[in-house]
Ligand binder design. Sequence first.
Ligand code: GAR
Length: 204
Amino acid sequence: MRPARIAILASGTGSNAQALIRKAQELGADKLEVGFVLSDKEEAPVLERARDLGVPAFLRAKFNDRRTHEDAILMLLKEHHIDWVLLAGYMRLLSPYFLKTLQSWHQSASQVVNIHPSLLPAYPGVDSIARAYTDRVSESGVTLHLVDEGMDTGLVLRQQKISLGNETLPEWSAKFHRVEHQIYGAFLTDIAEGHQKTCYFTET
Ligand code: GAR
């Protein structure tokens, strides 16, 4: 069996992308390959972070319409025979067309995953950590879920709670990032070890 090939889509800082790449490299190229990182934002630090770790990084931004943009991304995913698409702070919704095209290459399986800093369905969208902090919730957390066409909807795969005590917002945010990296890393390990089944890319 060849290694599972993943692509990471990210729009910003890239701490999750970096943690995923490091984890994949630790697990070994015989089990996992990060085909590329893609950003939809010019000058997103994630591009540099990926290249520093030896992973090809592509920018696909500024398309006139969503379909052309998604087709440009699909072309890369197809060229690299990507099995799993991992969203790591990718701040765009994916269309049913995009998701169905991927499923057609993966024996109808959904292999697009997102990490989100709240206990979904609470606090979807942007600034989830700060909004929960402002509301003085007693706890929030991190959710790993399959991606559908909604905003931070889709089947929940894993959740981990994070309680709120006397932390400042930056301190509390740092906890989220640590938990995100752990949860995503554990998911990657499951893929590498075969505990999470991979439907391998086949061209249709
Ligand atoms: C992460 O906290 C991730 O959970 C969040 O964006 C941040 C990206 O950080 N994603 C969402 O809010 C998705 N709706 P990073 O660029 O350092 O990985």
